[in-house]
Design a binder for this molecule. Sequence first.
Ligand code: ADP
Length: 262
Amino acid sequence: MRNAMSSAVAGQATPVLALENVSKIYGDTIKVKAVDRLSLQVGVGEFVAVMGPSGSGKSTALNLASGIIAPTSGTVRVGGRDLAQMSEPQAAAFRRDSLGFVFQDFNLVDTLTIQENIMLPLMLRREDPDQMRRRSRTIAERLGIEQVLDNRIYEVSGGQAQRAAIARAIIHGPELLLADEPTGNLDSASAEEVMSVFSALNEQAGVATVVVTHDARTASWCRRVVFIKDGSVYSELYREDSQRAFYDEILNVLKLIGGGAR
Ligand code: ADP
């Protein structure tokens, strides 16, 4: 599994994620081309937002990146590995070990405490309980939720719940963190809180992160925004220094393509 560098172009780091000319057609009789010759690379340590109008193929692209669905044509590589070349058990192990997922509705288990939720990926690996507790506490401290570790989901704020979901997504040290509308269920203060956590993780730990969002404020935390329209890349923006100026630039592109800026 660790032969990622073998496909690297000499002198260039292998991208963490590479969608190469990928198309996805749903349906047998009525066909929907959800993704259309999409090419997208995410490098080591990148922090990328994917935006675009509803139905433009963002979720499909994310599901292709995680190997949950297979492309109709084209190649999807994570760390240089072609997902289509993996057996189902290899693909399951790859998703468990190499990816972290964050969802709009948190996907936390409400019968467990916040700490148990964060430890879940390690529990599935049957790691040492003391070590799991230590690691979950360290991550919780980093994400500012150590004071709610013993609470249940209904006892914490949306921002705290999503930070717990992020802690759970990174506790096993994934090479790629994928987030689908992670601020979609949050008020604006909690959304800022959550995005600052993604941003700090990216800056300090260099976790390559892809955030699908329709919220320009959320996207403005990222270093690059990829706009998708009709299943392929419409344009891209790179952030200079000012988040405020980046936000305005994002709004301008959204005005052109639509995309539900808030
Ligand atoms: P977005 O995330 O940008 O809203 P999606 O990737 O969800 O876009 O959808 C892209 C297109 O593919 C839409 O036309 C949608 O209706 C269609 N689509 C998505 N999932 C399926 C599916 N499982 N079966 C059939 N069509 C689908």
